[in-house]
Design a protein around this ligand. Structure first.
Ligand code: C2O
Ligand code: CU
Length: 433
């Protein structure tokens, strides 16, 4: 594992020259309360939850096939657990308290050891009282490099977040309020990008790994100042490259871009008034030897392929919420009329079964539906298979079918990644046996 230089200069400097075997294992991720700089330097600070002293936590960088060996030390003052979002992981390491592991109490630790089967852009975040712990900053990037990564001048992680803070930087402590939960969730008052590199040269080929870590905000996003392609979504390589053009990034979704820098790289949130600038990567100088090769597709992921049509077809109807949402569950939101996790799974699926899930959003709000432990295909209207994803965005009243080969045994959550919706009913689970 390599540690991001930006956050871990001291640690990595200290390790220079040491043989690999003497690297201390496991690597420690210590979560605690920190003071962070959300607003621009010079403005007020914000009380956050960080890992190893910062929010976002350190960038964890692996190579495909590596074993992660991480010790989560919880010192935040309440129980927590860490979920490794998007990793096709061993179920016991998935980080869901009450389903895959006990809660990690304050002052206690938990060892996560798991294999990284796929290259791509992933992230980690708290999975306990996540609508508050993630909103306070308990997350970080998890990058898995290809065996032979495409050549770029800079591999840059760009996290997008919003925070509900006062102009002084002070956190507004109204977490978990039912009004937010029943509407679009806890939207922030301030949004920005957190890039791992701040300056590039004109002509540099860059890989941008965008990660939306907000608890509720769907980012409409335009990236300007470069020419290139979208090469992966939710960590998974696209078989046909897509244009960078304006698009939506739902909570928890990721997007990898490979492109050549032409001018200052701007991240723009288009609004009805003036576009809101989430931040930029500035340009200094020219690259005398720009990479000339064409931007190609990434090596295909080794995920199980559906064999023809589905072995089983299920319907999952999203219901509830404000603005007239009706349902028979006992909380604000429901899936098929049931709010929250039941003792029994929604379905027991035999290992290897291909399941088509018809997602039907009957509510007045968008939802980003996330499946743990697997990736699934979005099914296009013409029945062709769209991209492989782990989180799919359904606009209000929208429907979409997904197709998944459930090959990973265990208990897996299926929930809305608007974390207030998840907390107030919009979640269920399946068991793969
Ligand atoms: Cu990214 Cu169940 O979560
Ligand atoms: Cu939702």
């Amino acid at each position: 594992m390599q540690i991001n230089r930006r956050t871990f200069l001291l640690a990595s400097a200290a390790l220079v020259g040491l043989p690999k075997a003497s690297l201390a294992a496991p690597f420690i991720l210590r979560a605690e309360k920190i003071t962070g700089q959300v607003l621009p330097e010079g403005d007020g600070t914000t009380q956050l939850l960080g890992i190893n002293g910062s929010s976002p936590g350190p960038e964890l960088r692996f190579r495909i096939g590596d074993m992660a060996d991480l010790r989560f030390e919880n010192a935040i003052g309440e129980g927590s657990a860490i979920h490794w979002h998007g990793i096709r992981i061993d179920n016991s390491m998935d980080g869901v308290p009450g389903l895959t592991q006990p809660l990690v109490e304050d002052g206690k630790s938990f060892d996560y050891r798991f294999k990284l089967p796929d290259a791509g852009t992933y992230w980690y975040h708290s999975h306990n009282r996540s609508w508050e712990q993630v909103a306070r900053g308990l997350y970080g990037p998890l990058i898995v490099e290809e065996a032979d990564p495409p050549k770029v001048a800079h591999d840059i992680t760009v996290m997008l977040d919003d925070w509900r803070i006062e102009r002084t930087g002070e956190m507004i402590e109204d977490f978990g309020n039912r009004h937010d939960f029943s509407h679009a969730g806890r939207l922030g008052t301030f949004a920005k990008i957190i890039p791992s590199v701040n300056t590039v040269r004109r002509g540099d080929r860059v890989r941008l790994r965008l990660i939306n870590v907000a608890t509720a905000r769907i980012f409409p996003l335009e990236v300007t100042g470069l020419a290139g392609k979208v090469v992966a979504l939710d960590g998974m390589p696209l078989s046909t490259l897509q244009d960078i053009g304006p698009r939506m990034l739902a909570p928890a979704q990721r997007m990898d871009i490979i492109a050549d820098v032409t001018e200052t790289v701007k991240f723009i949130f288009p609004t009805r008034q003036d576009p809101y600038e989430l931040g930029e990567i500035s340009v200094e100088g020219d690259n005398p030897n720009p990479i000339q090769t064409e931007i190609g597709i990434l090596p295909k992921a080794n995920v199980p392929q559906p064999s023809g049509s589905a072995d089983r077809v299920l319907t999952l109807t999203l219901q509830g919420g404000a603005m007239g949402g009706q349902h028979s569950g006992d909380d604000l939101w429901s899936l098929n009329g049931v709010s929250g996790l039941q003792d029994a799974p929604w379905h027991i699926i035999s290992r290897g079964e291909t399941v088509r899930i018809k997602l039907r959003n009957e509510t007045a709000f968008p939802h980003g539906i996330h499946l743990h432990g697997h990736h699934f295909y979005e099914v296009n209207a013409d029945e062709t298979l769209g991209p492989l994803r782990d989180t799919t965005l359904l606009q209000r009243q929208e429907s979409r079918d997904i197709l998944c080969v459930f090959d990973n045994p265990g208990k897996w959550l299926l929930h809305c990644h608007m974390l207030g919706h998840q907390a107030s009913g919009m979640k269920t689970w399946v068991e793969v046996t």
